[in-house]
Design a protein around this ligand. Structure first.
Ligand code: AMP
Ligand code: MG
Length: 343
């Protein structure tokens, strides 16, 4: 059998993950996807604490992924690492492990942009070539399409990302952590108790979004209401609806502008049922097909890094381990991607 196997390492933020992707007789396959997420006891993610977590779990996660795929390190054809964007101390853990594997086992090292990986795993799962991409996670919120071998950002958040808005509100409101319960965000669950829509700042500037005013206004609304679940429910409902509707507006404008026939939602917030329902309806109104990423591949994971690394390896992309620097602010639209279709 003709096969190509790449091991991918994810460590940009809260998640340490190792995935193994393959092309088996030309067909894509995910052979393993093992993740271990860092959950802060209180507050947000402290980069150094998350990095310590990653360093601690790395050997176990690596071994588990290899054993799941039934492979030894020597049997892989390349190692890929998410070199950015992300938190410096966290990125260094994954990069160091990748450099070691590449140098010690003499394997090509493929640099992977984390945002590109979120998109490529979704496209691979659904066999898409040229969709409108909506990427929403803890660290990113943007709408993009491919053109001239790069993803082009049509709209993005001017301040905090959507996942960060939900998480920060939940934490400050005293309803988190944990942020996700039974696959749902706590802001979403809390919205079940609300019935009145409260006017909150809806900020769309051209095709860009701003969520920080919405966060401040929603937190101000809590005031003395902490503890009254119906009133907190109203605030959660209004926050969720305002934020998601803002994103639907810019996505719809991008879809109308580009005339794409397919829409895909990727990133951690793609696990939201409510957001998917809104986006699906929007796509339907424009006669476009709608796709989303299964939860296992929606949040940060190693499989998406492995798959994107495999695409890179097929197209001759690799770097020397000593040149595999991390890039904390590596934007999606800075990366040349030879596998994208010609214009
Ligand atoms: P990522 O950075 O791609 O791993 O995505 C993590 C973000 O996705 C966090 O902000 C989570 O709160 C958010 N998230 C995860 N599951 C859900 C869900 N079911 N609904 C809304 N947001 C979610
Ligand atoms: Mg992510």
């Amino acid at each position: 059998m003709d096969k190509l196997i790449v091991l991918g390492i994810e460590s940009t933020s809260h998640t340490f993950g190792v995935g193994i992707a393959a092309l088996l007789d030309g067909k894509p396959a995910i052979l393993a996807n093992v993740v271990d997420r860092f959950v802060p006891r209180s507050g947000g993610i402290h980069p150094r604490e998350a990095a310590l977590h990653h360093a601690e779990v790395a050997p176990r996660v690596l071994k588990a992924a290899l054993s799941r795929a039934g492979l030894g390190v020597g049997e892989i054809d390349g190692v890929a690492a998410a070199l950015g964007p992300g938190l410096g101390p966290c990125l260094r853990v994954g990069a160091s492990l990748a450099r070691f594997i590449a140098a010690y086992y003499d394997k090509p090292l493929v640099p992977v942009n984390h945002a590109v990986a979120h998109i490529e795993i979704g496209k691979m799962i659904h066999g898409l070539v040229d969709p409108l991409v909506i990427y929403v996670s803890g660290g990113n919120t943007l709408v993009a399409v491919q053109r001239r071998k790069r993803y082009r950002v049509l709209g993005e958040t001017l301040d905090i990302p959507l996942g960060n808005l939900l998480d920060t509100f939940a934490r400050e409101a005293g309803i988190a952590p944990p942020y996700i319960v039974g696959g749902r965000h706590v802001v979403d669950i809390c919205s079940d108790y609300g019935s009145n829509f409260i006017d909150l700042p809806y900020t769309v500037k051209g095709n860009d979004l701003s969520f920080s005013g919405l966060l401040t206004a929603a937190l101000r609304r809590i005031g003395g209401r902490r503890g009254k679940i119906e009133e907190l429910g109203d605030i959660c409902l209004s926050l969720r609806e305002t934020a998601y509707n803002m994103l639907v507006e810019v996505s719809e404008r991008a879809l109308a502008l580009t005339g794409k026939r397919e829409v895909i939602l990727v990133g951690g917030v793609a696990a939201s049922k409510v957001l998917n329902e809104k986006m699906e309806e929007m796509a339907r109104l424009h006669g476009a097909s709608y796709y989303t990423v299964p939860p296992e591949y929606a949040g940060d994971n190693g499989a998406m890094i492995a798959w994107t690394g495999l695409l890179g390896l097929v197209h001759g992309i690799s770097i020397e381990p000593e040149r595999a620097f991390i890039r904390q602010r590596w934007r999606l639209d800075e990366v040349d991607l030879p596998w994208l279709p010609p214009d």
